[in-house]
Design a binder for this molecule. Structure first.
Ligand code: ADP
Ligand code: MG
Length: 686
């Protein structure tokens, strides 16, 4: 049920003169049904029709010039329907030859002595203009920029412009303001009415800019308003649980750690614990670079939940990771009497049944696993906290399924892929965010080098020196798009090569996606125990694996990886106290490829790299796959308009949190928008 009243702006375009059945059908094809659709149709670009003196124009550039006609315009016919209209035009000191092809009727508009304005292509060598547009009279001020629309041949551009003009003339006065007055005033935004006109018929570049600024803010503000309303709904109306954890016990666990938590870790633990204790539901994202200590934070949170009498779950994207996490959580928590268990796809039959029963009885405190955790028959006794690691690898739906397990458990998402701030507040706009932006003390920055393939020998010599010191190395094989088979073959080749190179000196292991869970575990175990000195691997090793003695990371064909992935891979080393090295073997052909390699050698900061990645790839490609959940904006650009995005977010948040928003008549329209989009009735977004 819509609460937004029908306005004449919602009339079908057929109310306009010149919009017949045919136009109506064609325009429906590009999403234009109503007068308001027409007025909100965003121009793809503007034609610059500012008057230009020919000497300022480049050859072949489009120019608009004004002048008086010096010679009798004459039409010459040739071929079947072809014609040429020519005359000489005096523009300033220049006598210019003007030619119009196949528009003989223009002769009526042109006579000797007339002042006219001509737009066309400038030929610098012949001092000639190949005309496209002829207008009687001197140049008309206020027509400097002409909107051009992407109409996909629906109707002719000229007709479209006329319809827009008519719509604005007849209905423009009915356009209502959609932004709160206080914000309009604060940012000096152009009123919607004026902005719509300026969008289509700007009188100056400044006006064009101001109209755009208004619409960009409006788009972001509305988007953020929905996000913030959703955040509030998830928090307050979904009946969260208040987890009264045992602070003394939590402190005892923290004291038992072999290290002091960093300031950022402490802050994150505090954020999370406050969320858990509150009657609201936690919906938080924990971002931190590889090795910044997120898992430690997660473990503390899970333990806190158990001390409050609940169960916890930790979901990770791969089996290897699940196994590693299960082991480290077990080691850390067993002395405190906590039962942990591992559930992955390889846990089957009797073992699985027994595990599920124990879980339902409440005998298991913390369950760690892959997405096997979200299968229907996995039933918890009393689930209090769900943590998912490497969050953006899970689809939006998986995010939601997890949220629905148990009685509205608190939810924490973790990601080690630093996401640029602008993307984070867009894609995860409905969440609270904690950021771990400092590394544990004593970590040395990983030294990164970029080498061409012919330098591989030197890279291996260097590696050998490290191995002689007792360290270990990873070698990551080229990734071949969409061909698991070739990935696998590559790994075999590299493994064979290195085995013979280091024959009799060091052992070379092999890890790839075709190994079974047991085999992978055996390989990882040997590598952890330094029985394998060099581990050749496909990217399965990418996430979370922890072998502190490894100090060398070699990445073959590094140009095939994105910056974020390279950074992830590099994060496998530098986990101990020794100096670590990363060697990128790459021969990038493209400029951006080179820039990526340079960026890697220049910084170890994942957040800096993520911003760079976004800059090089653009928001659409940043997450690689389609499931990114990025919203589409008509005018706004998340990267370039990020300041407006942040401002709009703050404004939306403040407004949603203010009591006035929920009853003041001033915000009636905004509330109606939220109801209409379903945000206020629950989770219908995304
Ligand atoms: P992440 O999950 O963010 O990649 P981890 O929690 O796995 O990071 O931590 C990486 C390594 O650093 C682990 O060996 C962990 O024990 C250790 N670690 C975590 N926090 C600290 C800290 N505050 N000081 C020293 N070492 C830490
Ligand atoms: Mg809670």
């Amino acid at each position: 049920m819509s609460q937004i009243e029908e306005s004449p702006l919602q009339s079908p375009i057929s109310v306009l003169k010149g919009a017949g059945k045919e136009a109506e059908t064609s325009l429906a094809g590009i999403g234009v049904f109503t007068v308001s659709d027409l007025m909100e149709f965003v121009p793809a670009r503007y034609e610059d029709r500012r008057l230009k003196s020919p000497e300022d124009a480049a050859h072949d550039e489009k120019v608009t010039i004004e002048g008086t006609i010096q010679t009798e315009p004459s039409v010459m016919y040739y071929g079947k329907k072809k014609s040429r209209l020519t005359f000489k035009l005096l523009s300033g000191p220049h006598l210019i030859q003007v030619t119009f092809f196949n528009q003989p009727y223009l002769k009526k508009k042109a006579a000797v002595g007339d002042t006219v304005t001509v737009t066309g292509k400038w030929d610098r060598h012949r001092l000639a203009v190949s005309g496209q547009l002829l207008e009687a009279g001197p140049y008309r001020r206020g027509a400097d920029f002409e909107a051009v629309y992407l109409l996909r041949n629906a109707i002719p551009l000229k007709q479209f412009r006329k319809l827009v003009q008519q719509a604005i003339d007849l209905y423009g006065s009915l356009i209502e303001e959609t932004l709160p007055e206080s914000l309009m005033r604060q940012y000096r935004l152009m009123p919607r009415k004026d902005a719509i006109r300026a969008l289509h018929f700007p009188e100056s570049q400044e006006e064009m800019k101001q109209a755009r600024r208004r619409f960009v803010y409006e788009e972001f503000f509305y988007f953020q308003l929905k996000m913030q309303a959703l955040r509030k709904t998830i928090r307050e109306q979904s009946g969260g649980i208040s987890q009264k954890y045992d602070l003394a016990k939590l402190k005892a666990l923290i004291d038992s750690l072999p290290f002091e938590l960093t300031k950022a870790q402490k802050k994150a633990v505090n954020d999370i614990c406050a969320d858990m204790k509150s009657p609201y539901r936690m919906n938080r994202l924990l971002q931190g670079d590889v090795g910044s200590g997120k898992t430690a934070v997660a473990t503390l949170a899970l333990y806190a939940s158990v001390t409050a009498g609940f169960q916890g779950a930790l979901m990770v994207p791969t089996e290897i990771l699940a196994e590693q996490h299960a082991k480290s959580l077990h080691d850390m928590l067993e002395p405190f009497g906590i039962n942990t268990a591992l559930l992955t796809g390889t846990v089957k039959g009797k073992k699985r049944r027994a595990l599920l029963e124990a879980l339902e009885r409440g005998d298991i405190d913390i369950l760690i696993g892959t997405h096997a955790l979200i299968q229907e028959d996995v039933v918890f006794h009393k689930l209090g906290l769900v943590i998912t690691d490497e969050q953006h690898r899970f689809g939006v739906n998986q995010r939601r399924v997890l949220r629905t397990k148990g009685e509205n458990p608190d939810v924490l998402f973790m990601t080690a892929t630093p996401i640029p701030r602008t993307l984070a507040i867009t894609v995860f706009g409905e969440m609270d965010v904690s950021i771990i932006n400092e590394m544990p003390a004593g970590r040395k920055a990983i030294e990164t080098y970029w080498a061409k393939e012919e330098m591989l020998g030197r890279v291996l010599d260097f590696t050998e020196k490290e191995l002689q010191k007792g360290r270990q190395a990873y070698v990551i094989c080229p990734l071949i798009e969409e061909s698991e088979k070739l990935d696998f073959q590559n790994a075999l080749d590299v493994h064979a090569q290195l085995s013979s190179h280091f024959h009799g000196k060091f052992t070379v292991g092999l890890m790839h996606g075709r190994l079974s869970g047991d085999e992978k575990e055996a390989v990882m175990k040997s590598f952890s125990a330094n029985e394998i000195n060099i581990l050749v691997s496909t990217t399965v090793v990418e996430v979370g694996v922890n072998v502190p003695n490894a100090t060398v990371m070699i990445i073959y064909d590094a140009e095939r990886f994105g910056l974020s992935q390279l950074h992830q891979l590099r994060g496998r080393v530098g986990r101990g106290s020794e100096q670590s090295y990363c060697m990128l073997i790459a021969d990038p052909k493209s400029e951006t490829g080179k820039e990526r390699m340079m960026a890697m050698t220049e910084t170890n900061d994942g957040f800096v790299l993520s911003e760079k990645d976004l800059e090089l790839r653009g928001p659409g490609d940043f997450f690689g796959r389609k499931q990114s959940g990025l919203p589409e904006f008509k005018m706004a650009d998340m990267v370039h308009d990020y300041r407006a995005l942040e401002t709009a977010r703050e404004d939306a948040k403040t407004l949603i949190d203010s009591p006035a928003f929920w009853h003041d008549p001033e915000y009636r329209h905004l509330r109606a928008v939220l109801t209409d989009s379903g945000v206020l009735d629950g989770e219908k977004l995304d």
